[in-house]
Ligand binder design. Structure first.
Ligand SMILES: [Fe+2]
Ligand SMILES: [Fe+2]
Length: 459
């Protein structure tokens, strides 16, 4: 059966044959490494229509997850000239130029690898789904991450010959967290074992996905740009699932904290604010690592090849960026031209974006009279990659004096706190019901604030 597509697959017999042979292997991977329950449950799921506008690209249908069919979709380029880099103004490439073949192959493999990894690391969440709408959301996430794999596999099979076939198969062999054959990026080897981790992941890592995918939406290699543009339709929902999910956690915790008069809310069925903060401290640095090294040669190469650039970045020589550089057991700050700091620019745009959300939540918490403020740890904190790797920076980006490194452990959840979170994660799938630790889907912190300010007679 031919895959749903808007790329004219029925006229491309050789590609169609390769795709259908890959499809069988992909389904084996999905059965072994994807979600194992609820595949035959009716849910409201969105699926692409094949249209390419931002409104009608998808439709919602009541269907079973095992009826979803991963498809190949692209959005045409707005312009066919290369937009930036050394080849700016020349015609965009429909085939991979030999000089950039390895660079592009590696880039596409990494993008594809994270998609499968995201499914593997969160596959057990169905066991503790806090409500029906959340269960539907996590299936939407599983299915669309799978579709993103297809978006990249399409490029591998159509443009990279035998190497593409080999790399597409390797995607089904590497396994998140497997010490012998792990996923390519470190952060994707940590399981999201509970829903708070999953929300952190969608809030942060899917947002990195948005930055990484957006960065290639004008790529000089036109098929990559077209695939990325379609992925950009899908990604915002994943980020919203994380942001809204976390806000619902905060809303429930706020209610319980105010009612009980203590931050120690586990016994009352809510995740304490300090524990939410510790989860943020755990996931944020792993996600910062996903942007790569600050002064990365490969990113410079991708930029100069016209393949990848940060949002609003023109690459003028006058744009000077301060980045960290490793010096023995410490750092020095150096000034470099923007095109040598692509990853740092993207990471800082990302941090600023997340910070605006946190500021908004903090404003609501203050308005509610909750004496707790969340923070986003500094970009140097707890990094395992880049110039700060392994250096004991605290959450404010200050280097801890020698001998006090043990203090870092205080920023992360203790085994007991993790166990307490896990014990709250009870599956709740009765219609209209939610597990104790999370507010209903429609609840927002801001709405709680409004509710508090509404005089009784107006309620
Ligand atoms: Fe994705
Ligand atoms: Fe995603």
């Amino acid at each position: 059966m031919i895959l749903p597509n808007n790329i004219g697959l029925d006229e491309r017999t050789q590609l169609a044959r390769q795709i259908s042979s890959y499809q069988k292997k992909f389904h084996v991977w999905w059965r072994e490494r994807g979600p194992t329950e609820f595949l035959d449950r009716q849910m409201r799921l969105r699926t692409p229509t094949g249209a390419v506008s931002g409104v009608d690209w998808a439709e919602y249908k009541t269907m079973r997850p095992d009826e979803y069919r991963w498809g190949l979709f692209m959005v045409p380029m707005d312009q066919d000239e290369i937009a930036f880099g050394d080849h700016r103004g020349k015609k965009a490439w429909e085939e991979v130029p030999s000089e950039y073949r390895t660079l592009l192959l590696q880039h596409i493999c990494v993008q594809a690898d994270v998609e499968n990894a995201a499914v593997e690391q969160s596959r057990l969440l169905t066991q503790m789904a806090p409500s029906n709408p959340d269960l539907e959301n996590v299936f939407q996430f599983f299915l669309e991450e799978g579709r993103h794999t297809w978006a990249m596999v399409h490029l591998l099979l159509a443009h990279f010959g035998e190497d593409g076939v080999v790399e597409a198969e390797a995607l089904l062999e590497r396994l998140s967290g497997d010490p012998r054959n792990p996923r390519l990026l470190e952060a994707f080897n940590y399981p999201t074992e509970d829903w708070l981790s999953h929300f952190m992941w969608c809030l942060l890592a899917d947002r990195v996905g948005k930055y990484q995918i957006h960065a290639v939406t004008e790529a000089s290699f036109a098929p990559l740009a077209r695939a990325a543009k379609f992925m950009m339709f899908e990604e915002p929902l994943h980020i919203a699932m994380g942001a809204v999910g976390l806000e619902r956690v905060l809303a429930r915790t706020a209610e319980v904290t105010l009612r009980e008069g203590t931050f120690d809310t586990f016994h009352a069925g809510a995740i304490p604010f300090p524990v939410v903060q510790k989860y943020l401290n755990y996931w944020a640095p792993k996600v910062y690592d996903l942007f790569g090294n600050d002064g990365s040669e490969r990113s410079n190469e991708l930029f100069r090849a016209g393949l990848r650039r940060p949002r609003n970045f023109v690459g003028s020589e006058s744009q000077i960026v301060r980045i960290d550089e490793r010096m023995g057991d410490g750092l020095t700050v150096v000034e470099v031209e923007g095109e040598w700091a692509i990853n740092a620019i993207m990471r800082r745009q990302f941090i600023a974006e997340v910070q605006t959300l946190i500021d908004r939540w903090n404003a609501s918490l203050r308005a509610l009279g909750v004496d707790f403020q969340l923070y986003l740890p500094h970009e140097r904190f707890s990094r395992t990659y880049g110039p700060c790797a392994g250096l004991p920076f605290d959450v404010d980006g200050k280097l801890l004096p020698r001998g006090t490194e043990a203090k870092l452990a205080e920023y992360f959840p203790t085994p007991r706190e993790l166990a307490n979170v896990r014990s709250l994660m009870q599956r709740e799938l009765a219609p209209g019901q939610y597990s104790s630790w999370i507010a209903p889907s429609a609840t927002r912190l801001s709405a709680l604030v409004q509710g508090r300010n509404t005089p009784k007679e107006h309620e």
